[in-house]
Design a protein. Structure first.
Length: 279
């Protein structure tokens, strides 16, 4: 029984001790199911000790259990499920311990899961190495971006249906790679990437030069948003797809005393709007 936490520093798979800590595990699983943890900060990171998250207020003093949402304020708290044979190795109630040999914590808190060795330890190392202030708060926000329920042995209470948002994720997530919409997406064939430009080169210059080999819809040099200075690379967009003539004739061409490099663009930025419309 496990949950996948997708964080801003990588993925963490948590294997849950559902047999020994059913109340605590059910609380985590059902909160994941209603997207309760999405966007939660790791608001406290104590190097080589523990990282704390799971509080939507980001203060460490907030947060509710699923039982409060289901049954009211009187059910917000539930009993600890402490077992001395469960050691503080990697995870407790949204404190993630960041090293082994924390035996003095055993018997004091509910240990209800552990991080899978091959699916999260590198992420914990990144969290452990985060720069923090004097209050152990990371200078750069570290968040839980999403949670995915990989296995859930507990039936959903009838009241939970009203709390589950549309398309709440369950099971393994779709293939996602960084900033692209899905793994199978292909970059558009009508966009060229041009770099090593002379800072004095203008959009109009590129438009005129590349128009010798086809109809150019747009030639845009990317510029610093504050100063407007050229960043020395550009995108050339055609009304149709580019053939190899553009590449072979323009790669290493001399423009404004600079040998430019031309390649087929691998960016899918222009495709995001299409995927959003589908959603």
């Amino acid at each position: 029984m496990s949950v996948l936490l997708v964080t801003s520093l990588g993925d963490i798979v948590v294997d849950l001790f559902t047999d020994k800590c059913p109340l605590t595990c059910k609380n985590l699983l059902k909160l994941c199911k209603i997207n309760y943890y999405n966007g939660c900060l790791f608001h406290t990171v104590q190097k080589d000790f523990a990282a704390q998250t799971g509080d939507p207020t980001g203060t460490g003093s907030g947060g509710d259990s699923i039982y409060k949402f289901l049954y009211g304020d009187q059910a917000r708290f539930f009993n600890d499920e402490i077992h001395l044979d469960l050691k503080h190795l990697n995870l407790r109630l949204f404190y993630v311990t960041l090293r082994d040999n924390l035996d003095y914590l055993d018997g004091k808190h509910t240990v209800f899961g552990e991080v899978a060795e091959a699916e999260g330890l590198e992420t914990l190392t990144r969290i452990n190495n985060a720069y923090v202030d004097e209050k152990s708060r990371p200078y750069k926000n570290i968040r839980i971006k999403h949670t995915y329920i990989l296995e859930d042995p507990f039936d959903d209470p009838p009241q939970l249906t009203e709390l589950i948002p549309d398309a709440s994720p369950e099971g393994k997530p779709k293939d996602e790679i960084g900033d692209i919409p899905e793994a199978e997406v292909k970059p558009p064939e009508n966009v060229l990437f041009v770099c090593k430009l002379n800072p004095v080169t203008e959009d109009e210059d590129l438009h005129t030069i590349f128009s010798r080999f086809g109809t150019v819809k747009l030639a845009e040099i990317i510029r610093d948003y504050k100063t407007g200075d050229s960043l020395c690379y550009a995108f050339i967009v055609s009304f149709y797809w580019f053939n190899n003539d553009f590449y072979f004739k323009m790669d290493n061409a001399l423009i404004d005393d600079r040998r430019i490099h031309v390649d087929f663009s691998q960016s899918v930025m222009t495709l995001w709007s299409q995927y959003r419309r589908k959603d």
